[in-house]
Design a protein around this ligand. Structure first.
Ligand code: UT7
Length: 342
């Protein structure tokens, strides 16, 4: 049971469908060691990752559609009953239209509004929180939340610190109002914006007046070689991540009146096994309640958490009445946690 006094927080969600897509091409640590000065032992011991998948020829929207279609099928509802499509991505194929509009079209959600959310790896948490607030409004009954990332084109495969971490994939959930409580804690520390970023590319403009701006924010690298690939200060992100995950879980549990042992399932952002282990240790969470799948997936940014949800739902491990805690962090730097009862 949730503590009394939570009646005013009945903006809860129920996951009625979940789906995922992972690309076919597997990139092993051994393969990476043929193009980089690295090896399986280093990568596995420092990150917990053995392999990741990358989308060699399919765009991000295609992966998003596969995951979304699977989630809608799993939910059993007709696509016309979806009132809103929210897509989380930081690696869209197009500046516009929004990824959510492409997904809305392909799943046939003809009655749905659509917009995107970009908070990098925290995207699914922010999108799910947004969904719960729309569901409070009687106009919205079913919301499709999809998170999809194709990060391989962002990665610099001469940078052994960052490129080894990331993979591509998509996850999606159909959520409806549950009448049960839900809490969230969302945060951003924009002063760390330059710890993890990828700059847009306007270099192909043929406007004779345009020059690439030299007014970069302090700390942004603008050298030719590095301008349009993912840039990361691994140590700064690591330190932030361990602290942010603990803070987010502590704050959301404080709001809910629940204790760590009341939660049935924790799904953390899958960035690095050592980050998860440190946060789990700091929070004294029971390890058997913490779901980790990064060994075979790597870090798929916003897609990590919904991919875990889809795997767990397919395995029959998401049960009614379970209390679930999602926690993540990402570029921004952003972080957040959600607790809800399924
Ligand atoms: O969604 C958020 C995404 N980002 C993250 O989650 C990143 C968080 N940070 C991390 O996960 C870790 O900081 C890394 C995995 C990126 C790096 O691990 P680390 O334990 O912090 O390593 P380090 O940067 O301190 O590097 C230690 C050594 C260095 O060599 P020296 O200077 O000690 O000789 C690196 O050059 O390891 C070297 N190194 C590597 N060696 C083999 C760095 N990357 C590699 C590599 N293979 N792939």
């Amino acid at each position: 049971m949730f503590p009394s006094g939570c009646e005013d927080r009945m903006r809860g969600i129920k996951i009625i469908g979940a789906g995922m897509y992972v690309p076919e091409t597997v990139i092993s640590n051994d393969w990476l060691s043929t193009i980089l000065d690295t090896n399986d032992e280093w990568i596995y011991s420092r990150t917990g990752i053995r392999e990741r998948r990358i989308s060699v020829d399919k765009p991000n929207f295609w992966m998003a559609e596969q995951a979304a279609l699977a989630a809608v099928r799993d939910s059993g509802i007709d696509p016309s009953e979806i009132d809103l499509v929210l897509a989380a991505t930081c690696s869209p194929d197009y500046y516009y239209p929004a990824l959510s509009c492409l997904v809305q079209h392909s799943v046939g959600a003809v009655n749905a509004a659509a917009f995107d959310i970009n908070s990098a790896c925290t995207g699914f948490i922010n999108a799910l929180d947004t969904a719960s607030r729309f569901l409070e409004d009687g106009d919205y009954r079913n919301i499709l939340v999809v998170a999809s990332e194709r990060l391989a084109p962002h990665c610099d495969y001469t940078d052994r610190t960052a490129s080894i971490l990331f993979g591509d994939g998509a996850g999606a959930a159909v959520v409806t109002k549950s009448g049960k409580p839900m809490w969230s804690y969302l945060s951003a520390k924009g002063d760390y914006f330059n710890a993890l970023y990828c700059k847009t590319d306007h270099s192909r403009s043929n406007c004779p007046l345009l020059k690439d701006s030299d007014a970069y924010p302090e700390g942004i690298i603008d050298s030719e070689a590095k301008t349009h690939t993912l840039q990361m200060n691994g140590k700064a992100v690591y330190k932030f991540a361990v602290d942010a995950m603990q803070t987010a879980v502590t704050k959301v549990l404080e709001k809910s009146g629940l204790h760590t042992e009341d939660i049935d399932l924790y799904i953390p952002h899958q960035a690095n096994a050592r980050i998860i282990e440190s946060a789990v240790k700091g929070l004294k969470l029971p390890e058997d309640k913490v779901y980790v799948n990064l060994e075979k997936r790597g870090n798929t940014s916003s897609a990590c958490i919904p991919t875990c949800l889809a795997e767990l739902k397919q395995a029959g491990r998401i049960k009614d009445g379970m209390k679930i805690c999602l926690v993540g962090f990402g570029a921004g730097l952003t972080s957040g946690a959600i607790v809800f009862e399924q």
